[in-house]
Design a protein around this ligand. Structure first.
Ligand SMILES: Cc1cc2nc3c(=O)[nH]c(=O)nc-3n(C[C@H](O)[C@H](O)[C@H](O)COP(=O)(O)OP(=O)(O)OC[C@H]3O[C@@H](n4cnc5c(N)ncnc54)[C@H](O)[C@@H]3O)c2cc1C
Ligand SMILES: *[C@@H]1O[C@H](CO)[C@@H](O)[C@H](O)[C@H]1NC(C)=O
Ligand SMILES: *[C@@H]1O[C@H](CO)[C@@H](O)[C@H](O)[C@H]1NC(C)=O
Ligand SMILES: *[C@@H]1O[C@H](CO)[C@@H](O)[C@H](O)[C@H]1NC(C)=O
Ligand SMILES: *[C@@H]1O[C@H](CO)[C@@H](O)[C@H](O)[C@H]1NC(C)=O
Ligand SMILES: *[C@@H]1O[C@H](CO)[C@@H](O)[C@H](O)[C@H]1NC(C)=O
Ligand SMILES: *[C@@H]1O[C@H](CO)[C@@H](O)[C@H](O)[C@H]1NC(C)=O
Length: 481
């Protein structure tokens, strides 16, 4: 065993003789795979990234002195969470403060805060604790949630016309909250039988203005201020257009700028990219099982609008504002402002003074991502005035940033979800993770990325685990030989 290990080290010292690996995508999965391979002397690496930056769905943008995240923002959980494990001694992550409590506002400008609306809010925001089990097969989150809602709180207030009206209106907000978590465009699309495994501990840990990019620096050994040799292995602005894996002993990867050859390829782009490009990216085409996985996993998107204000008009009382639309106000919403109903909530960002983030969900996102920042800004101010104008002196933001995850062809969405109607014994994330073999039976194309993680899909920690998983697959393959 020891001898084999030394032999391996000798061979890898010069890149000649080490297997060559191309990693497609420099998001957390790709960077994690590269780091682990590099640490294990697989230095014959190339990372091809379509965007002009690394990070993928981690996109920390500098706003003033601090970073704000247009993509991943929170570390969800501690125990068994690789992100938390990697940084727990670095004093960079902190649990969100306990007065991060949502305030519920109604479209007539009143804050709703009696015992009834608190009960209502607990049900809506408690969506994440929503029980899932296999008895819900063949149904959707929307159906199961609504029937539970009808049978409990609607039943309880039966006969009280005013409360029933509010309860019916609140279902729209409930859907938006569910879509923030699942990233679908409709809750009739998402399966109530979920396989996501939560990591215990604080569910919302934040980077306090450092940005989620910190985890990439930690992975590459750059934290706090070193430069990693992995940087030199990354080619930005290099979208791949085809991977040929059967005709010769090498795999040929074609980009818009030229071709590269390797012994192995690790593919990390989103399931959204796969849905669009599955028929052209792979030669020979993907096997049926892989296509089934791509079908069964959904991805659509949420949108973030980051607003910066000179003054924090919201004070330090409230941290999250949620918006409940009355039926009449919704009906009166005119053409070009119709989209403002898609804003699920607006939240403070710990560590970013002066910043509020609007979280947008639902099927209007493709249009909204194409709107001008000016129009988005006007709509956000309208919304804030309408709901909060009575309690706060709203000012106009001096900066705005918007995300475009759905429209961007290198993502086509934000995070994967399990689609309604695809329940059953098959774990589609595992099907997605299975490598494609070369004619000699070796793993040729390996698949990583959040959607290939059966327990922690849709998260950064899930993406990193998947990158480590595929790097280990190659490391084991060569140790064995
Ligand atoms: C708005 C938003 C909020 C989120 N919030 C959280 C959160 O709070 N907590 C959390 O844990 N997770 C969150 N996530 C999810 C998390 O960001 C993702 O799960 C994770 O980044 C996925 O990493 P990945 O490496 O699998 O994929 P990606 O990050 O998508 O990386 C894949 C890379 O492949 C590149 N690529 C695509 N096509 C090609 C091509 N043809 N050629 C070459 N390169 C290509 C892409 O540009 C990208 O860089 C959020 C995501 C978004 C968008
Ligand atoms: C706004 O609507 C809520 C809920 O129906 C009601 O309790 C409140 O009195 C209304 N406020 C005003 C100013 O009309
Ligand atoms: C599923 O339904 C059956 C029959 O209605 C019931 O006995 C069982 O407890 C349910 N399972 C779960 C996990 O709720
Ligand atoms: C819930 O009740 C509403 C009427 O208030 C009805 O339209 C809807 O179909 C019910 N949904 C379910 C899933 O029972
Ligand atoms: C490559 O392999 C495919 C089958 O996988 C075959 O159809 C094609 O003709 C081969 N091309 C060359 C140049 O050998
Ligand atoms: C690839 O080509 C694009 C333009 O077609 C260019 O912007 C980019 O820098 C090139 N990338 C590399 C790695 O040469
Ligand atoms: C808003 O401005 C008015 C007029 O300047 C002032 O009287 C009021 O106290 C302010 N309200 C808040 C919540 O700051």
């Amino acid at each position: 065993m020891l001898a084999v290990f030394f032999l391996f080290l000798c061979v890898s010292a010069s890149t000649q003789g080490t297997p060559s690996v191309i990693i497609i995508g420099a998001g957390p999965a790709g960077i994690a795979a590269a780091s682990k391979l590099f640490e294990n002397s697989f230095t014959n690496l190339l990372i091809l990234e379509a965007e002009n930056r690394i990070g993928g769905r981690i996109n920390s943008v500098k706003l003033g002195e601090k970073y704000v995240d247009l993509g991943a923002e929170y570390c969800h959980g501690q125990k068994g969470n690789i992100v938390y494990e990697l940084v727990k001694d670095l004093n960079v992550l902190a649990p969100i403060s306990s007065h991060f409590k949502p305030a519920l506002y109604y479209s007539n400008g009143s804050r709703l805060q009696d015992s009834f609306t608190e009960e209502l809010q607990a049900i809506i925001l408690g969506y994440d604790d929503f029980e899932t089990n296999s008895n819900f097969s063949g149904r959707s989150v929307g159906e199961v949630f609504t029937s539970r809602y009808n049978a409990t709180i609607m039943k309880k207030y039966e006969g009280d016309a005013e409360k029933i009206k509010l309860l019916k209106e609140a279902l729209r907000l409930a859907e938006k909250v569910s879509l923030m978590i699942d990233g679908a465009f409709s809750w009739l699309e998402t399966s109530p039988v979920k396989h996501y495994v939560r990591s215990e501990g604080h569910q919302l840990l934040v980077w306090q203005g450092l940005g989620y990019r910190t985890i990439l620096q930690v992975l590459m050994g750059e934290f706090p201020d070193k430069k990693s040799p992995i940087r030199e292995k990354i080619r930005l602005n290099s979208p791949i257009t085809q991977i040929r894996y059967h005709n010769s002993s090498k795999i040929v990867v074609t980009t818009t700028n030229g071709s590269y050859e390797a012994d192995h390829v690790i593919f990390t782009p989103s399931v959204g990219v796969l849905k669009r490009e599955k028929d052209t990216l792979f030669q020979p085409p993907l096997p049926e099982k892989k296509l089934q996985a791509i079908e069964a996993l959904g991805i659509a998107g949420v949108m973030k609008i980051v607003l910066h204000f000179e003054n924090e008009w919201w004070g330090d009382q409230d941290s999250i504002f949620t918006f409940l639309w009355g039926e009449e106000d919704l009906g009166n919403l005119m053409g070009e402002l119709k989209w403002v109903q898609s804003v699920a909530l607006v939240a403070k960002v710990p560590g970013n003074p002066g910043v509020l983030v609007a979280w947008v969900t639902g099927g209007l996102i493709p249009e909204m991502e194409k709107m001008s920042e000016d129009d988005l800004l006007k709509g956000c101010v309208f919304l804030l005035e309408k709901f909060l104008g009575r309690d706060y002196n709203i000012t106009t933001p001096d900066k705005i940033l918007k995300s475009t995850w759905h429209t961007n062809g290198h993502f086509r969405g934000t995070y994967s979800y399990e689609r309604a109607g695809f329940e059953g014994a098959t774990r589609y994330q595992s099907l997605l993770a299975a490598p494609l073999e070369s004619p000699e039976g070796k793993p040729a194309i390996l698949f990583a990325g959040e959607a290939s993680n059966p327990a922690h899909y849709s998260t950064v920690h899930g993406a990193i685990e998947s990158g480590f998983r595929e790097a280990s697959r190659l490391i084991k393959l060569y140790r064995k030989n």
